[in-house]
Design a protein around this ligand. Structure first.
Ligand code: GLA
Length: 377
């Protein structure tokens, strides 16, 4: 029995009537929303394999890139909502909870935002605040009542928990964050507003995040929740750190979301971990060991790791309101290109062929085991 249970947890193909048919959104219907970040080929339905998975499995979506500043507002006075409109229409068509990602970030924001017309000197505080206000009012205003939650500020903290000295902070000052939330709330008072970041599970970033959130709350900032990006590795951070971080944030009265979940099984290219998109390392064969497929042992480790993490998430049902994967199938994950370009990565629940991996079943089984545990109490 023990073996069968272990195999079930790992999702190793033990026949179990009904489990294979259960979808992620059904399995966690009483716990939290389950979603995926979509690239353009998914919401324009040109990639039928992925679109079908999304329609079947998920009840919330995030945009990988199409709502970032550089995509919607590439030049002063010039907005391009062609793809963002399609993304939102896809979510509406399927009655999904639609996420806006993101409004204010140091990355994927064009240089012109921070510079005078000469392209060299920085603008002053009032000019940048006016640009921020206009951008947020336009983008949030366009999707008022359609996009249910916005990542208002992305990655404002450093690994040591201090405020990142981005151009937003340098030019406006520390209150750029409070201002972004104020403008987003003004544009859609009913939308949920989030702070989103990676590696918040690590000390001292966790302590810094909690202090930062408390400060925002004491200033009366209308923040609804926190997105833990969840770009995890196969062996770190420990699930107990994820557990403690969720508990600490939730104690502040904020919702917690896992917003960009994936699990990297490839050898680390550098010592630190996290999701700093500016990191880049040369491709070496030893960094890319699974070009011909993932060995079964690693497949099992991945399934076990997913089960451990989902056990934590379901323990916090009601506090964790959403779990979103960063991508749909392995072949489209950003981890094939970051932090080393050209690798073959396996971080998600669906393989390159669109088939569910053992990790998928192990996640579904986590929900099933929790329901059984509750029933036997
Ligand atoms: C960060 C951002 C995401 C995305 C990922 C990498 O986590 O929040 O928008 O760029 O990096 O794809």
């Amino acid at each position: 029995m023990k073996t069968v249970c272990a195999m079930l947890i790992l999702g190793l193909g033990v026949p179990f009537a009904g489990i294979a048919q259960t979808t992620l959104k059904q399995a966690f219907a009483k716990d939290f929303l389950v979603g995926a970040a979509l690239n353009t080929s998914v919401f324009t339905e040109s990639n039928r394999t992925e679109t079908t998975i999304v329609e079947k499995q998920f009840n919330t979506i995030s945009p990988e890139n199409v709502l970032k500043w550089e995509s919607v507002h590439p030049e002063p006075g010039k907005y391009d909502f062609s793809l963002a409109d399609k993304y939102v229409a896809f979510g509406e068509k399927h009655k999904m909870f639609i996420i806006g990602h993101n409004l204010i970030w140091h990355s994927q924001t064009p240089d012109w935002v921070f510079h005078k017309a000469d392209g060299r000197s920085l603008v002053d505080r009032d000019t940048l605040l006016a640009r921020m206000h206009e951008h947020i009012a336009t983008v949030v205003g366009r999707y008022k009542g359609k996009i249910g939650g916005w990542d208002v500020v992305n990655e404002a903290l450093e690994g040591d928990g201090s405020l990142r000295n981005s151009l937003w902070r340098k030019i406006i000052g520390d209150d750029y964050i409070a201002k972004a939330f104020e403008y987003a709330h003004e544009a859609d008072p009913k939308a949920e507003l989030y702070y989103n970041d990676y590696s918040c599970e690590d000390q001292p970033k966790r302590d810094g995040t909690i202090a930062f959130l408390k400060k925002l709350q004491s200033q009366g900032v209308k923040i609804t929740g926190v997105g833990l990006q969840g770009h995890y590795r196969i062996d770190s951070p420990p699930a107990s750190d994820v557990d403690e971080t969720i508990a600490a944030i939730s104690k502040l009265g904020l919702k917690v979301m896992i917003t960009e979940l994936d699990i990297d099984v490839l050898p680390p290219a550098w010592e630190a971990h996290g999701a700093d998109v500016s990191q880049n390392f040369a491709l070496r064969p030893e960094l890319n060991p699974y070009t011909n497929g993932l060995p079964e042992t690693v497949q099992e480790q991945l399934a076990k790791r997913y089960a451990d993490l989902f056990s934590v998430f379901v323990t916090h049902r009601g506090e964790v309101t959403r779990v979103t994967f960063w991508g749909v199938v392995d072949g489209d994950s950003w981890l094939n290109g970051w932090p080393v370009s050209g690798r073959t990565s396996y971080p998600l629940l669906f393989g390159r062929d669109g088939k569910a991996k053992p990790a998928f079943l192990s996640v579904i089984n986590t929900a099933k085991m929790k329901t059984e545990a509750n029933a036997s109490r």
